[in-house]
Design a protein around this ligand. Sequence first.
Ligand SMILES: [Zn+2]
Ligand SMILES: [Zn+2]
Length: 298
Amino acid sequence: MEKSRKVTPQKETSPPRPWGAHISVAGGVEKAPERAQRVGATAIQIFTKNNNRWSGPPISAQAAERFREESHRRGVTTVASHVCYLINLASPKKDLLEKSREAFLDEIDRVDQLGIENLVFHPGSHMGEGEEEGLKLVAESLDWVMERRPDSPAILALETTAGQGTGLGHSFPQLARIMELSAHPARLGVCVDTCHIFAAGYGVSKRDEYNATFKSFDEEIGLDKIRLFHINDSKKPQGSRVDRHEHIGRGHIGVEGFALLVNDKRFADIPMVLETPKGPDGLEDMENLGVLRDLVKV
Ligand SMILES: [Zn+2]
Ligand SMILES: [Zn+2]
C-alpha cells in the first residue's frame, strides 16, 4: 500500500457514519472484516458464497464464530449479504423457479448463521411473461421462502434495478406492488442503488430532481422501508437503463448528487456501501469513501 494514501478520518464533531463497501470473502467469510478495516469501512456487504453458483459449501460453525469476532474487533458491521446472480424469483420456467427459491432459502440460512440483518436481491426478470405476471410471481416466491423460514430475523431487501431487459424493480410502483401482493410485507425492505435508480430515469443530481425522486419514493413505498444504499455513480446517462457503476463523482450523477445524499438528515443512520470498480487491495474504496466524507457539511 502506498504511504501517501491515507484513510480520511471521520469528522470528530459528527458520529461515525455506517459507510463502507462490498467486500471480498476470498479465503472465507472471516477474512472480510480485516479487509474492510484496511479501507476504512464500518459497514459492509458480502456474498456468503460464490455469486455465480447455485450452491456453495456450508459455512462452518468456527468460521461463523470467527467472522463475528473479527467484525467486532475491526469495528465492522455487516449490513447486508447480496444473493447470487443466478436467482430469478420471477422465472416462468418451473425448474429454474424452484431452483431459485431453494437457493434463496440457503441464502437466508447463511445470513442467519452469520447474524447479517439484510439480504439484498434483485426482484427478478419476467422473461417476456409481462410485468404484472412477473411481480405476482416475485411476491409468491417471497411468501414461499418466508413461510419456510418463519423465525428468520433477516429483512429481505428488494434492490432497485436499472431496468435492463425484462428486469423488474426499476420503478418505485413496481417495488410497492410486490410488497402489496406479499402476505408478509413487514419482512421486506428496499436497498436503493443510486446508479440503478438514476439509470432507470430518476434524477438525483440536482436539488429539485433529488427532492422529487425521494418524495415519489416516500409516496409509493415509504422512506422507512430503506434498509441501505448502494452508493455508486453511473457511467451511463440518466434513463439509459444500462447498469454500469462508476467511481463517486466521476460519472453522470456527479458530486452534487452525492453531496445531497450524504447531507440528507433523513438518511444519516442508513448504511451506505460502495459497489464501485476496484483492484484487489481496495484502494479505490478508500478514495471513494474519502470523497464522500469530504462532502459532509458539518
Ligand atoms: Zn445488486
Ligand atoms: Zn447495487
